[in-house]
Write a protein that binds this ligand. Structure first.
Ligand code: NDP
Ligand code: 2IT
Length: 448
């Protein structure tokens, strides 16, 4: 079976040249499929792997806009509508200068499986632009979002494709995107977006959901070792949406979070992160992580090398910034320092070498992104449910739904992992559980 899978991977790589992140995401899934393809050779008869790896639709478009000085800029926008076997395409939009087709495809591919794991009726897609929001004024952000939506509107909709946020896209950007969509279509179609503001169709808990869900998942992992978060040391990277709310929930459950970072450096705060100060610096002032260190006091260390965040002795490590931010060297440092749980809050934050080392390390439970961070998109699906029924749920109820979903994702992953090998192999369990759900639906729906 290994040689069949290697040949399939090679085909996919050759059809998608110069897209290393996409190759990485495909290899991560396909390398888990040996045991399931052996038990179900009929999947190969349907040529299901090639179909799964070929997006249903890929849209690339020009985004022209003018900055505050009147200068014209041309960016490139993307939406990859990857798989609709389980529901409308669903996934975020990323605005970051590094965005290219290969990155959007890796994110869209991951999203198919993540969404399947939630148990909710959502397909997989992703989009974005190589636009850098850093340092841009509100009017520039609005100009960009309006131009982006002037093309994207024709491809999305409540029953078609439902975008949300990701890196560089939060409630402010969703607001400008939604406003332009409403203006062009003349429809208040709340269910066409998630991550909306609370007074115009958004759901309570969506802002917190990815970070909170990550902590619920890590709590479940610790539970299998008979341990809790109380009193544990936690290292987190990032200081954006996922990281901030992971810190919030970890602290609420009694852990001490000692690190945070952004693309300019990281901080080590031995007394535990002051979340109010960090939110002030990052969410309100949109400042740099160094400002946190400068204001917090002499015991806090600032390091310009982002990966220093993984050199600190810790019980739980949560990479919550971006892809490939935790490499083999950092994984070795974590293992040598006695880490117990590594759970991926970001998408594909561990390099293949790091993931392999953590997965193989005895006494470490490694949680892959598609399971760990699925609480964000799951709460997006809860937002869609509320929009469809013209209802809004309170915080406690919505959070209880998120918590139940994270517990069930964790159970589903472990049950599948145990059936096909080792219950502690979360990578195997997540990939096989999601794969079978998606391909069974694809086969049932015929050759489309
Ligand atoms: P934000 O834009 O809110 O924050 C991103 C954080 O990561 C910032 O601290 C940013 O630093 C840092 N970062 C971004 N790019 C890089 C880079 N190239 N190198 C180092 N640091 C970087 O994004 P989110 O918190 O929403 O997203 C973080 C991760 O979580 C991403 O992988 C995203 O795909 C994933 N995710 C997000 C979900 C959501 O609901 N938002 C759901 C599931 C996964 P700086 O400010 O300096 O750029
Ligand atoms: O990677 C992700 O799961 C997200 N950025 C959230 C997607 C969503 O549609 O809520």
């Amino acid at each position: 079976m290994d040689s069949t899978i290697d040949a399939l991977k090679q085909d996919v790589f050759e059809r998608n040249l110069n897209e290393p992140e996409y190759h990485q995401a495909v290899a991560e899934v396909l390398d888990s499929l040996g045991p399931v393809l052996e038990q179900h050779p009929e999947y190969l008869d349907h040529d299901i792997i090639h179909r799964l790896c070929e997006p249903e639709r890929q849209i690339i478009f020009r985004v022209p806009w003018r900055d505050d000085r009147g200068q014209v800029h041309i960016n490139r926008g993307y939406r990859v509508e990857f798989n609709s076997a389980l529901g409308p395409y669903k996934g975020g939009l990323r605005f970051h200068p590094s965005v290219n087709l290969g990155i959007v495809k890796f994110l869209g591919f991951e999203q198919i499986f993540k969404n399947a794991l939630t148990g909710l009726p959502i397909g997989g897609g992703k989009g974005g632009a190589n636009f850098d929001p850093r340092g841009r004024s509100d009017t520039e952000i609005m100009a960009f979002c309006q131009s982006f939506m002037t093309e994207l509107y024709r491809h999305i909709g409540e029953y078609t494709d439902v975008p949300a946020g990701d890196i560089g896209v939060g409630t402010r950007e969703i607001g400008y995107l939604f406003g332009q969509y409403k203006r062009i279509t003349n429809r208040f179609e709340a269910g066409a977006f998630t991550g909306k503001g609370l007074n115009w169709g958004g759901s309570l808990v969506r802002t917190e959901a990815t970070g909170y869900g990550t902590i619920y998942f890590a709590r479940e992992q610790l539970g299998t070792m008979g341990e809790t978060l109380d009193g544990k040391r936690v290292s987190i990277s990032g200081a954006g949406n996922v990281a901030l709310y992971a810190i919030e929930k970890a602290q609420a459950l009694g852990a001490r979070v000692v690190t945070a970072s952004d693309s300019s450096g990281c901080v080590y705060d031995p007394d535990g992160i002051d979340l109010e100060l960090l939110k002030q610096v990052k969410e309100i002032e949109r400042g740099r992580i160094r400002d946190y260190a400068d204001r917090r006091g002499p015991r806090v260390e600032f390091h310009a090398r982002i990966t220093d965040v993984w050199d600190v002795p810790t019980d739980i490590a949560l990479p919550c910034a971006t892809q490939n931010e935790l490499d083999g060297q950092s994984a070795r440092a974590l293992i040598n320092n006695g880490v117990k749980v590594v759970a991926e809050g970001a998408n594909m934050p561990c390099t293949p070498e790091a993931a392999q080392l953590l997965r193989a390390a005895k006494h470490v439970l490694f949680g892959p992104a598609k399971a760990v961070n699925s609480g964000g998109v799951a709460t997006s699906a809860l937002e869609m449910q509320q929009n469809a029924s013209r209802d809004s749920w309170d915080f406690a109820y919505t959070e209880s739904r998120l918590e139940e979903i994270m517990v069930s994702v964790h159970e589903r992953v472990r049950a599948t992992a145990s059936r096909y090998g080792d219950p502690n192999d979360y990578v195997l369990g997540a990939n096989i559980a999601a794969f079978t759900k998606v391909v069974d639906a694809m086969i049932a729906q015929g050759l489309v």
